[in-house]
Design a protein around this ligand. Structure first.
Ligand SMILES: Cc1cc2nc3c(=O)[nH]c(=O)nc-3n(C[C@H](O)[C@H](O)[C@H](O)COP(=O)(O)OP(=O)(O)OC[C@H]3O[C@@H](n4cnc5c(N)ncnc54)[C@H](O)[C@@H]3O)c2cc1C
Length: 303
């Protein structure tokens, strides 16, 4: 029987800036006994919770089975930067996937922040959200042309993207380390743990059952039915969605085989002093740079 990775202590939320500053945790209790749903979703991060919200709104009976609490995984511990776009530039997507699918992917990626901020407004999710934009800061002269082209590709599709050179990059970032920057006004920021908790509340209001402290330890298909087992419940469902991301364990071994663990870290400083804060990201942008192993930063509400 599959086990949650021994690395993962789902009984507590790891300490972080977000754990201290987020809105109240979603309160719910683990499902007990036998249940039946149209869709059983394993994993209560952005993926599982958003799927639960949208499927419930379409009339499906949905449950989310989360080993810890909603937002326990990467969704409650990330940079909270809302960034349009994929790793690949628009023209690369079209070259890879063809005109039709490629352009649809470009539209999807470019409008993803609209979806996020729209959900926040529609469901009144309190998550310190603001939308002042994203900067992609260019760390080496070698990449100036490529980023300028990136901006041009978005502009050709009507996106409000800008490309700025060294002086303006300095003014926007507060750092002399960058030689240029892409300015993406569609981006923004939020408190990711609050956002995940808000998504959980929105999904529950739409009729979804959110079951925390419910690690799925077994998954069987019998006839046309799936049965997911937790330590306290047995859940039958027509469909199962595995939204377990980097915490995917042996529950579905072939999915586990597709993942390679990579450690990633975020550091929070004390709030900046007022005079420093006036110069660092004065326009409220979030920033990531063009390094292959990129660095990224932002201010939270406390600076
Ligand atoms: C350090 C870091 C910084 C990042 N910064 C950003 C950023 O600034 N902007 C951005 O857009 N993205 C960022 N990301 C990426 C983003 O966090 C993820 O893409 C997103 O959170 C994935 O959500 P998810 O729901 O797929 O997975 P997760 O949030 O990881 O959720 C998976 C859930 O599945 C649960 N689970 C696993 N197995 C089981 C089981 N058997 N039974 C029940 N539950 C189970 C886990 O407990 C977990 O809660 C960052 C990621 C990291 C690690």
């Amino acid at each position: 029987m599959a086990q949650i990775s021994p690395m993962a202590d789902v009984t507590r939320l790891p300490p972080s800036l977000w754990a201290v500053t987020a809105e109240e945790a979603f309160s719910g209790h683990a499902l007990e006994g036998d249940h039946r749903f149209d869709i059983a979703i394993v994993g209560g991060g952005f993926t599982g919770l958003s799927a639960a919200l949208h499927a419930s709104q379409s009339g499906a009976r949905v449950c989310v089975l989360e080993a810890g609490e909603p937002g326990w995984g990467a969704s409650g511990r990330n940079g909270g930067q809302v960034i349009p776009g994929f790793k690949w530039d628009p023209d690369e997507l079209v070259a890879k996937f063809g005109e039709d699918a490629g352009e649809r992917l470009v539209t999807f990626a470019g409008s993803a922040p609209d979806l996020v901020f729209d959900l926040i407004t529609r469901h009144d999710i309190q998550c310190a959200a603001s939308r002042e934009g994203w900067l992609q800061a260019v760390h080496t002269k070698k990449l100036v042309k490529a980023v300028e082209l990136r901006a041009a590709q978005w502009q050709a599709r009507g996106a409000p993207v800008n490309f700025v050179r060294v002086d303006e990059a300095y003014a926007l970032t507060g750092s002399p380390a960058y030689v240029a920057a892409l300015v993406e006004p569609r981006g923004g920021k939020l408190n990711p743990l609050s956002y995940a908790r808000g998504l959980a509340r929105a999904a529950a209001s739409a009729g979804a059952t959110i079951s925390p402290t419910s690690p799925v330890t077994g998954l069987q298909q019998t006839g046309g039915n799936w049965v997911a087992s937790t330590p306290t419940a047995s859940i039958a469902a027509d469909k199962v969605l595995l939204a377990t991301n980097g915490y995917t364990d042996g529950l579905w071994p072939k999915l586990r085989q597709t993942l390679i663990p990579v450690a990633s870290f975020i550091v929070a400083t004390r709030p900046l002093s007022d005079n420093v804060r006036r110069t660092i990201l004065p326009g409220g942008h979030v920033i990531s740079d063009t390094r292959r192993l990129l660095t990224y930063s932002r201010l939270d509400e406390a600076g």
